[in-house]
Design a binder for this molecule. Sequence first.
Ligand SMILES: [Mg+2]
Ligand SMILES: [Zn+2]
Length: 192
Amino acid sequence: MGGKTRKAVFFDRDGTLLVEVGYLNHPSLVAPYKFTLKALRKAKESGFLLIGVTNQSGIARGYIKESDLRDIHCRMQDILGDAGVPLDAIYYCPHHPNGRVAAYREKCNCRKPAAGMGFEAAERFGIDLGRSYMVGDKETDVLFGINLGVTPCLVRTGYGSYEERGMKESPPGNFHVFEDVLGAVEWMAGGV
Ligand SMILES: [Mg+2]
Ligand SMILES: [Zn+2]
């Protein structure tokens, strides 16, 4: 067999799985929404891989070190793992084209809305993108989903309600809107 047979949900991190705190720069600030664990459990039970995809240009801008980000993601995986639903992988983009840290200053293909992180996961896990989804609270997340070829979902948590207004003016393409990540996953699970 081989080939791309698994289905996945790609999740944005802040404002989607974790409470949007403005700028998450310390493990103590990691807090899932109250519905996040249930959403991840539902997605996992429905046979989806759980993949995190997050832009972390704070590394390129010099606000946070890559080691700090690893600590934050360890904390997040501990919390999710205690509930039996750790993410299968977390991808992050540390770059920014105008970052002041030279090592991370580049116009990469992994900063959302570019879909590099998704394609990397698809290769690694053998993901069937046609049966997969993206959930996030920003237009860049929806565009990432479109660029990746998965079904894009916008949630109204985090910056979602605000972004939704702008996207109504000039829609980036077809996407689905939900109150939160649990609503999105329940809809997906109903559709399998
Ligand atoms: Mg977000
Ligand atoms: Zn990047």
